[in-house]
Design a protein around this ligand. Structure first.
Ligand code: AMP
Length: 214
């Protein structure tokens, strides 16, 4: 593949769901900065605590800290043929830092916007649940587990509701997206590196469209 796929879209657009499928079926590593920050929850350090606070507020972690974790993660062996960025870059500074990283690693960047109307995002986000063991994503409205609040694949595991998927954090995250991340769509479009998929409807149909672009 030899490229970096950047998935851009509002919180709840389905970037994580699609990136996970691409990883599972195509073997392309999914690099999710949100997941990496959430994993820090188990560390009891001042930085880890600060990260959890910022996430809950719906704001962004600093560009330099985020760059460091992306750089470290993507320098691992499994990323040598390229990777999918899910949730990165989210600011103009991050986009510039990614240009440097990509040329250092010898990859081109392709951005794909996953487009979902605002009205649908809220429902998706507040209904979202995930399995803490395998990461499978459910939604109590549109993709409920077979048994209430239990993972289909891990019957002993209760599903998790993200700390930042409550209404207050969600509206802050959407605002952050509009202000800081949405302008990146134009940035990639202007440099001829943007494609767009319709993120509403069937997960498999969206996947097929995405795959054809990769
Ligand atoms: P996500 O799982 O992608 O929705 O990310 C959850 C939260 O993690 C965000 O609301 C931010 O607080 C933080 N985060 C994730 N990715 C980034 C990033 N690229 N830059 C800064 N903060 C991030």
């Amino acid at each position: 593949m030899d490229k970096i796929i950047v998935l851009i879209g509002a919180p709840g657009a389905g970037k994580g769901t699609q990136a996970r499928l691409l990883q599972e079926r195509e073997g392309i590593p999914q690099i999710s900065t949100g997941d990496m920050f959430r994993e820090m929850k188990t560390l009891d350090t001042p930085l880890a605590r600060e990260v959890q606070e910022i996430m809950k507020s719906g704001k962004l972690i600093s560009d330099d800290i985020t760059y460091k974790i992306v750089r470290d993660r993507t320098s691992r062996d499994d990323c040598r043929s390229g990777y999918i960025l899910d949730g990165y870059p989210r600011t103009a500074v991050q986009a510039a830092q990614l240009e440097d990283l990509a040329s250092e690693q010898g990859f081109e960047i392709r951005a794909i916007e996953v487009d979902v109307p605002r009205g649908e995002l809220l429902k998706r986000l507040t209904g979202r649940r995930n399995c803490p063991v395998c990461g499978e994503i459910y939604n109590i409205y549109s993709k409920p587990p077979k048994t209430d609040n239990v993972c289909d694949l891990h019957p002993d595991t209760q599903l998790n509701h993200r700390a930042d998927d409550n209404e207050e954090s969600v509206s802050a995250r959407l605002e952050t997206y509009d202000e800081q991340t949405k302008p990146l769509i134009e940035y990639y479009e202007n440099s001829g590196r943007l494609s767009r998929v319709d993120g509403t409807g069937d997960v498999e149909a969206i996947y097929a469209e995405l795959k054809s672009l990769i």
